[in-house]
Design a protein around this ligand. Sequence first.
Ligand code: URP
Ligand code: ZN
Ligand code: ZN
Length: 465
Amino acid sequence: MRTLITNGTIVTADGSYAADILIDGETIASIGHDLAGGGATADDTIDATGKYVIPGGIDVHTHMELPFGGTFAKDTFESGTRAAAFGGTTSIVDFAVQSRGASLREGLDTWHAKAEGNAVTDYGFHMIMSDVNDDTLAEMDGLVAEGVPDFKLFTAYPGVFYSDDGAIFRALQQTAGNGGLIMMHAENGMAIDVVAAQTVAAGTTDPIGHGLARKAVFEGEATNRVIRLAEAAGAPIYIVHLSAKEALAELKAARDRGTKAFAETCPQYLFLSLDDMGNGFEGAKYVCSPPLRTQDHWEELWTGLVKDDLQLVATDHCPFDFHGQKELGRGDFRKVPNGLPGVEDRVDLLHDGGVVAGRISKERWVEIISTAPAKLFGMYPHKGAVAIGADADLVVYDPNRKRVISAASHHMDVDYSCYEGRSVQGASDVVLSRGSVVVRNGEFTGHKGHGKFIKRSPADYVRIN
Ligand code: URP
Ligand code: ZN
Ligand code: ZN
């Protein structure tokens, strides 16, 4: 199968230019002016006049079917990658979970079984480590070698995913030796649990209590602590879902010291705020950890993205229905399952709030939604690039089309949208995954099982800003 994309503006992290793209099979075969005039033939031609052609979005933080708080995140690998594709995201990296007492291998095999034959676009895995011990530390080396080179640990969620400082330090020492990367959920979970209990005892049981108890200072403290542990171990570190200016300040200070400290933020921390968590139990729709912050954090995070102190935006997609799932926490905000849907909206929200709003260039937009994730997570240049030989994961993107985000029209398997009624400018017209058109003008044309496991390399930090 050969596909020709004509008359578009190719937008990459490095620059933009007018050119056609010829796809042969799963990869990009040729890029140039008037390829058809030069003799190129194709089975399918996509006219991209007036559109951008960008590398497919890469969301390196999703939780399909995550067990949490007595229930499971609702999207499967089929529904989640399908929704991602509608939103211009052609690769996800999901978190496999090691259950307490089990091996990393068992957790990884379970996640392979969930995804294989079901995903409609490509997927990789990070590994959540619930126990750090001699056995799991030894297993880490094998996972790095088989394309799962990152490990998430938590200073949050005592009794569930929480690791103490010694465990985190040992895991960091292991990655210093094997080339892997520790990803940290950095909030002081012990202190949060104290304040959360006090908040409930004082009579605040609605979801706003979640936002009030998980103070920004607790994120700043834990961010500094884990970065210092990484420095002591001589290992790089990546902070997931950074939400607070206090945490960003610690990250910037570390980067100024020369530490290989990297971080993502998420759309919810750029567009939503603690105000959304008011309104009684409706606020449960916005319960995630770290929590939504006050609006004064937004511009600092955008500045972090402009200056590359924050390297990318991922979603932390972890959808629970409001009815039946979020409702588990009626009467006690501590029982609301943590997580928000978002995998479908990231690319458009960042285009609208970033490029259209004049905060970032369209090239930086491509970098933070695709190229930087590909580089930092060992997928570049197969993914995250528009280049000869790269996977033909491409999006024909209309920068002018406006749409209104709504649960009534989204494809995520969840009964609400955090962005209900928000109008965004910019939308994906045609989405290709390894040369196959999976979405075309609002219709799904892909199929379950097309998505393949992405065997990733340890990141090459020399290439990362
Ligand atoms: O609220 C969140 N973030 N839920 C998913 C689990 C995690 O901590 O990433
Ligand atoms: Zn987390
Ligand atoms: Zn997460």
